[in-house]
Design a binder for this molecule. Structure first.
Ligand code: CTP
Length: 397
C-alpha cells in the first residue's frame, strides 16, 4: 500500500526515539522506501545501526556529507512525505521559526511534500504556551500533527505528552498519502446503546459499551477510509474519525438517514432500543404520584430501513446479539434486513459482547457462507469484519 513512496523519517532526541524503530519497520513492511535522518540528540537514545538496519538506506545525520554536498535539498525534494517521530520541543521551535540548524530542520524547510510531525515530551513542556503556539503555527501552515497521548512518561509519572502509538502514526501517514487499502471509501459506523427518555432524568438504556463500534471505526480509519461514527457514548475518539453524538433511536435514525445514502460501507454496531416510552414526562416523575405506568411503543428498525434503501454497491453490515440459536436467529435477521454481512455474537457466552474488551463472533454472509472468529480483542474482531467487507466489495464492485 506504500509501494513506491519515499518517506524521510526524522528522529529527534527523546526517550520515545525507540518507538521510531517500530514506525520505520511498519513503513518498510508496507512497501515504503524509508530514508532515516537522526539529529545529534537522537543518537543519545538509539543507535544508528538499529535504524540503518531496518530502514531502506543508512541513517544520515549531517549536512556535511561528502558524497552528497547538499543532502537536505535532495532529501526534501525527492520525498513523498516527511515524518518526524518523535519531535522534540526544540525541533518544533526550529521548524516553526524557519531555522535551519541541522540536516532534519534543513530538510523540513527544503521540502514541498506533506509533513507529519509527532510531538513527544513531558506534560509541562507540551502544555507550555510557546510549544502550543509553535504547534498552532505549524498547523496553520498545513503541517499534520499527530497529537501525543496520555500515559506513562519517561520519569515514570503519568500525563499527556507520550508519543502516539506506532499504528496511529502509520495510519496518519497512510491517510495523508491516501494509500490505505480502504482509501477513498466512506464508512459509517454506529456505536453504543440508545437511551430513550422516560422523564427529564430517567432513560431506558442497555448494556452496550460502544467499544466494538469504536474499534471498527478506528480500524477503518487506519485502512485509509473516511469514517463517521454515530455514537451514543463518549470514548476516546479514534484518530481520523469524525463523531456525531446522538442519544435516542430517532436521533440515530436521522443521522444515519443523512450519512448512509453516500456511504460505501455502513456498519450498524449500535444496540438500538426496540421500545421507547410513547412520550417522556415533563420534568421528573415524583414518588408521591404513585407507581408510574410507562406505555411503550416500538422504535423504528433503523437497519431494516437502511437495507430497503441500500444504494447499489454499498456493503451493509448488521450485528445480532443473541442468547440462543445464534446462527439461525442471526441468519433470519440478515435476510429480513437485506444485509450483506451479519456479525453474530452469543452475548450469554463468557467474555463476549456487551461491556467486555473481548468478543467472539460468527460472520454470516448473504451468499450463505459463515466463518467464526474465536474469543479475541475487539480490534482483532474489527479487522476480521473489515477483511470480510473488503472481500464482499471485491466480488460485487
Ligand atoms: N437494529 C436497528 N434498529 C432497531 C433494532 C435493531 O437498526 N430498532 C439493528 C441493530 O443495530 C443490529 C441489528 O439491527 O445491527 C440486529 O439487532 P438485534 O437487537 O440483534 O435484533 P432485533 O432486530 O432488534 O431483534 P430482537 O431484539 O428481537 O432479537
Amino acid at each position: 500500500m506504500l509501494a513506491g513512496k519515499r518517506i524521510v523519517l526524522g528522529v529527534t532526541g527523546g526517550i520515545a526515539a525507540y518507538k521510531a524503530v517500530e514506525v520505520c519497520r511498519r513503513l518498510v513492511d508496507g512497501g515504503a522506501h524509508v530514508v532515516p535522518v537522526m539529529t545529534a540528540g537522537a543518537e543519545h537514545f538509539i543507535g544508528r545501526t538499529t535504524l540503518s538496519a531496518l530502514a531502506s538506506e543508512p541513517v544520515q545525520t549531517s549536512l556535511w556529507n561528502e558524497a552528497s554536498p547538499i543532502p537536505h535539498t535532495r532529501l526534501g525534494q525527492s520525498a513523498d512525505l516527511v515524518l518526524v517521530a518523535p519531535a522534540t520541543a526544540r525541533l518544533l521551535g526550529a521548524y516553526a521559526a524557519g531555522l535551519s540548524t541541522d540536516l532534519l530542520s534543513n530538510t523540513l524547510l527544503a521540502t514541498r511534500a506533506p509533513v507529519v510531525v509527532c510531538p513527544a515530551m513531558h506534560t509541562e513542556m507540551w502544555e507550555h504556551p510557546a510549544v502550543q503556539a509553535n504547534i498552532a503555527t505549524l498547523r496553520s501552515r498545513g503541517v499534520h500533527i499527530v497529537e501525543p497521548e496520555s500515559g506513562r512518561l519517561a520519569g515514570g509519572d503519568l500525563g499527556h505528552g507520550r508519543l502516539a502509538a506506532p499504528e496511529t502514526i502509520v495510519a496518519k501517514v497512510l491517510e495523508v498519502l491516501g494509500a490505505g487499502p480502504m482509501a477513498g471509501l466512506t464508512v459509517v459506523v454506529s456505536a453504543g446503546g440508545t437511551r430513550e427518555p422516560i422523564d427529564a432524568v430517567r432513560v431506558i438504556a442497555n448494556r452496550s459499551s460502544g467499544k466494538q463500534g469504536y474499534a471498527i471505526a478506528a480500524e477503518a480509519a487506519a485502512r485509509g477510509a473516511r469514517v463517521t461514527l454515530v455514537s451514543t457514548v463518549e470514548l476516546p475518539v479514534p484518530h481520523g474519525v469524525e463523531v456525531r453524538a446522538v442519544e435516542t433511536a430517532a436521533q440515530m435514525q436521522a443521522s444515519l438517514g443523512e450519512l448512509a445514502p453516500t456511504a460505501d460501507v455502513v456498519v450498524m454496531a449500535a444496540a438500538v432500543a426496540d421500545f421507547r416510552p410513547v412520550a417522556a414526562a415533563d420534568g421528573k416523575i415524583k414518588k408521591d404520584q404513585g407507581v408510574p405506568q410507562i406505555i411503550l411503543e416500538p422504535t423504528p428498525d433503523i437497519l431494516t430501513g437502511l437495507g430497503a434503501a441500500k444504494p447499489a454497491g454499498q456493503v451493509l453490515v448488521g450485528f445480532a446479539a443473541e442468547t440462543s440459536d445464534l446462527v439461525a436467529n442471526a441468519r433470519g435477521k440478515l435476510e429480513r434486513k437485506q444485509l450483506d454481512l451479519m456479525v453474530a455474537n452469543d452475548v450469554s457466552a463468557p467474555g463476549v459482547g456487551f461491556q467486555h474488551d473481548t468478543n467472539a463472533v460468527t460472520l454470516l454472509r448473504a451468499d450463505g457462507s459463515a466463518t467464526t472468529v474465536a474469543l479475541t480483542d475487539k480490534r482483532s474482531i474489527a479487522k476480521a469484519v473489515l477483511d470480510t467487507v473488503c472481500e464482499i466489495r471485491a466480488t460485487t464492485t
